[in-house]
Design a protein around this ligand. Structure first.
Ligand SMILES: Cc1ncc(COP(=O)(O)O)c(C=O)c1O
Length: 345
């Protein structure tokens, strides 16, 4: 979708939205070596996340999207060749001091707040920080960026953010080519190509969480126990489910400690043998129960799909998120570390 000259930052924070940051980053580097379009940068949220990628021998430039605190971590970021985000004059001063300490000009990207209201120097008075960084002998401004709050839902507001960003760039004499300018997330790549600038930062489209993109991940477990339930019998903590007729119930070895939200109790659905089955009773820490009355092939060992495809049926991350009233991003980030990730490249 993107013109070839637009660089791409793969957002791999939060363990690549639950997919596993190091294996995905490695695969992205392999694709790039093969000459395929891939990551020019990786984006993480903290020094620790960047350190994990460096430990996995990732060589690609890494931008820390989060605002660093305590500021001493600028030295650790420099040691690991991670590019920090500066979001205030105080941050710029501390970065410069860290650079002077080790006699280096430490590269940083400046974050401008054009209306997200999270972190960043206000678009109205970025001059002070840009001026400070351009004169500093301990820091070097190599990139500048902003972040959209509603590129999926409010094009008027996104256009206002773009306008504010353009004005801030112009007022500070910052031009394409001199410095890496970036703004767009997945929604903006899809809806606002005028905001591509020199690089885009994408997570959602990369993981196939947006319509028209192929999901990368399936989340599966297995049936570990099957029993018949008599009319009137209850299931799980608090007896929130009672059988109105005899049922065949399966226990699945996945619970809220794995990332099957407790909020899916008596609401969620999963796939067994390509058929939809309801989650019944309260989801427990390590197990949940489903109604397999209509699925005669269900047995101990059968695969249970919480997110993914089976036969003609599919449960997307967005649908699964809807069962517990959240969004696909949160649902994937919630798949915990104890769930083994298996990669099929
Ligand atoms: C600063 C920043 N840029 C880009 C992204 C990527 O957003 P998306 O996954 O919607 O593409 C994020 C994700 O939260 C972000 O925080």
């Amino acid at each position: 979708m993107l013109p070839a000259k637009v660089k791409i930052l793969f957002v791999v924070k939060a363990n690549a939205y639950g997919h596993g940051a190091a294996p995905l980053a490695k695969e992205a580097e392999r694709l790039r070596l093969k000459g395929e379009p891939s990551a020019d940068f990786f984006g993480v949220s903290s020094v620790e996340e960047g350190a994990a990628l460096r430990k996995a021998k990732i060589k690609t430039p890494i931008l820390i999207l989060g605002s660093l605190y305590p500021f001493e971590s600028f030295l650790e970021a420099a040691r690991l060749n991670l590019i920090p985000t500066v979001a205030s004059l105080e941050g710029a001063r501390q970065l410069s001091a860290a650079g002077l300490k080790i006699k280096k000009r430490l590269a940083a990207h400046l974050k401008i707040d054009t209306g997200m209201g999270r972190v960043g120097v206000s678009h109205k008075n970025a001059f002070e920080v840009v001026d400070f960084l351009s004169k500093s002998r301990g820091a070097a401004l190599t990139g500048i960026y902003t972040h959209f709050s509603s590129a999926d839902s409010d094009s008027g507001y996104t256009r206002l953010q773009i306008e504010r960003f353009n004005k801030a760039l112009k007022n500070n004499g910052l031009k394409n080519g001199k410095i890496l300018i970036h703004a767009s997330n997945s929604a903006a790549v899809l809806n606002h190509p005028e905001a591509n600038y020199e690089m885009v930062r994408v997570g959602g489209v990369l993981y196939g969480l947006w319509p028209g993109f192929k999901p990368l991940l399936s989340f599966k477990a297995r049936i570990v126990f099957i029993k018949k339930m008599e009319k009137g019998a209850s299931v799980s903590y608090g007896r929130t489910f009672r059988a109105r007729k005899p049922l065949r119930i399966a226990t699945v070895c996945v619970g809220y400690a794995d990332g099957a939200p407790r909020a899916e109790s008596n609401k969620g659905e999963v796939l067994v043998e390509g058929r939809r089955c309801k989650i019944i009773g309260t989801v427990t820490m390590d197990m949940l129960m489903i109604d397999v009355t209509g699925v005669s092939g269900a047995r101990v060992g059968s695969e249970v799909v919480l997110i993914g495809e089976e036969g003609k049926e599919q449960i997307s991350a967005s649908e699964a998120a809807g069962f517990s009233g959240t969004i696909s991003y949160e649902t994937l980030c919630a798949i915990s570390q104890r769930v083994p990730r298996v990669y099929h490249w």
